[in-house]
Design a binder for this molecule. Structure first.
Ligand code: DON
Length: 562
């Protein structure tokens, strides 16, 4: 009897404990709140803030600063991002995308012959946009948070100052760039072990970063955009043919913008407006897709993949032609989302693949690579935050700001360096996304909140450059249309089409030979890739009043609830 009681109590505990933590790719549930990010430690920092009574914004800001320490490939203070918020029923977004320096010129990323030059746009100081993350996180906290900066940034300071143990994944991730880090003295000092590669299980201490975070803690935004950090920034930029000035840093502002709000069946989709193409792209695709009635059996069939790919060609052609920083070049948002335009796209989709250049042959040469990270947060009151941040390439341009301990973004490459030429993501752009002083570069980052009955139902986002939009979109469809749970919706194989290049990109092992054969017969080219995106998502289950979270099995993050 005693034994039975013990067993049943264990089973009871396993089933009903309010808080669970598992590895990436697992399904986690909780009752009071949840943070899902690419780093377990950063998710735990966020959940601690929730436990202290902080709201979703407090937790998101704490997670954001922690990611700058524990996930240096993309979590950052030297880059930028976007935040979508639903708080007390109010939807809003914060744009903290990097800006081009005031001295930027349209052709600054071209070489002497006028060709797109990856050194300038990806590797050297000319690749650096004015970072927005510090301004963005502080804006969110001051306007929508309940705690002070000191409280939410301290965990990140402690992690940087006292160090944390390098796990296998982070060690591998950093060591992959050993030769780049070794070639830059300031980066070598942090991302190598005195010139050797880093060792798993060693303590990773970042004193300079801790000091920078303390300056922010003590002086707010000015601790980063003025004073000693600004001095270091401007001096090193000048010494390396960069364009960054005091004026650029002092004038950087996060901008609160109205979200792109669209609907799919009984759900509302709250997405990021320009300079992200994410909100518009997801809204357009869902609006066309709503006209179809896919059955469960059709999921991942060749017809299903064909239809979505065809819609995506139009969506990405629109992106290339029309989307950029709306404050510099008007984006025809109403037209792009109008019933007429959606019907027009729908009417053009047939059983066979339409060649991309028949959709639009504007001679854009695609130019967008690859590290970004997303975190999703919900609190006990159902307030939700969806944030995607990036340095653009993995570890940005690999340059650590000497003395300040953080990596610099190479987001200037997200501008259309040359109309019609591919960037690192093979994506092309137009006049709408040309470089101009103070302008924000076009992005695919798609932090999204889906509402049901006006309450956050699904909170998600992903890295993946130009594939972000399609990764986020497919998880939304998997949940809304096919009723998958959040883990299955995230882990299911994905595919991608971005108009140019004219090919369906699919995850290896993600499609049967039969489906591939049928797609080729319909006129598609196929290309295999190891992974598409890494979605971090939360779903609210109103029947059981539970939050379900999952960190993509493609990554090494964690959903942590309480
Ligand atoms: O803003 C953008 O769309 C890109 N710079 C994001 C880069 C990215 O997602 C790379 N990640 N894997």
């Amino acid at each position: 009897m005693t034994q039975r009681l013990t067993y049943s109590s264990i089973i009871f505990l396993l089933l009903f404990l309010p808080s669970h933590k598992y590895a990436s790719g697992e399904l986690v549930y909780s009752q009071n709140g949840m943070v899902v990010s690419a780093s377990q430690t950063a998710s735990e920092v966020g959940v601690d803030i929730l436990k202290q009574g902080g709201n979703a914004i407090d937790a998101a800001v704490a997670t954001g600063f922690a990611l700058a320490v524990t996930y240096p490939s993309a979590g950052n203070i030297g880059g930028g991002g976007f935040m979508v918020i639903n708080i007390n029923g109010h939807n809003t977004t914060i744009d903290f995308r990097e800006t081009a320096p005031f001295a930027a010129t349209e052709k600054m990323l071209l070489d002497e012959e006028g060709n797109y030059n990856t050194k300038k746009s990806l590797h050297e100081w000319t690749s650096v946009g004015i970072p927005g993350s510090v301004a963005g996180l502080i804006y969110a906290l001051e306007k929508y948070g309940t705690m002070n900066l000191r409280e939410v940034i301290q965990p990140a300071i402690d992690l940087a100052e006292n160090g944390f143990v390098l796990d296998y994944w982070l060690t591998e991730s950093i060591n992959k760039f050993y030769s780049s880090f070794s070639s830059i003295e300031s980066s070598k000092n942090i991302f190598t072990n005195k010139g050797d590669s880093l060792k798993m299980n060693s303590l990773f201490v970042q004193k300079d970063l801790a000091n920078t975070l303390k300056l922010i803690r003590d002086n707010g935004k000015d601790g980063f955009y003025k004073g000693i950090i600004a001095d270091i920034f401007v001096e090193q930029s000048r010494n390396n043919n960069g364009l960054i000035s005091y004026e650029d840093l002092e004038n950087y502002k996060a901008i609160e913008r109205d979200p792109i709000i669209s609907s799919y069946k009984e759900y509302q989709i709250i997405g990021m407006p320009p300079p992200s193409a994410g909100g518009i792209g997801i809204a357009q695709t869902l609006a066309v897709l709503e006209k179809y009635n896919f059955t469960k059996e059709q999921w991942a069939s060749s017809g299903y993949i064909h239809t979505i790919s065809e819609i995506l060609k139009y969506v990405y052609a629109d992106r290339a032609e029309y989307i950029g920083d709306n404050d510099f070049h008007e984006v025809p948002i109403d037209y792009l989302l109008s019933e007429n335009h959606i019907n027009d796209i729908y009417s053009k989709i047939s059983e066979t693949a339409i060649p991309s250049l028949e959709i639009n042959n504007i001679h854009y040469f695609p130019s967008e690579k690859t590290e970004t990270t997303h975190y999703s947060v919900i609190d006990r009151d159902g307030n939700a935050v969806s944030t995607t941040v990036s340095l653009n390439s993995s570890y940005g341009n690999k340059i650590v700001l000497d003395g300040a301990g953080f990596l610099l973004n190479n987001h200037m490459d997200d501008f259309t360096a040359k109309v019609g030429v591919e960037n690192q993501f093979g994506i092309v752009g137009s006049e709408a996304n040309k470089i101009a002083p103070g302008k924000r570069m076009l992005s695919s980052m798609s932090p999204t909140i889906v509402l049901n009955d006006d309450k956050p139902f699904l909170i998600l986002g992903s890295p993946g450059g130009s594939t972000i939009i399609t990764s986020v979109l497919q998880v939304i469809i998997n949940v809304l249309e096919f009723n998958m749970n959040i883990r299955d919706a995230i882990n299911a194989p994905r595919f991608h089409h971005q108009w140019l290049p004219d090919e369906i990109v699919l995850e290896s092992y993600g499609m049967t030979e039969d489906v591939k054969f049928n797609l080729i017969n319909r006129g598609h080219k196929l290309k295999e890739i190891s992974i598409l995106g890494r979605v971090e998502g939360i779903l609210f289950d109103k029947h059981n009043n539970l939050y379900w979270g999952s960190s993509d099995k493609r990554g090494f993050g964690k959903a942590v609830g309480y």
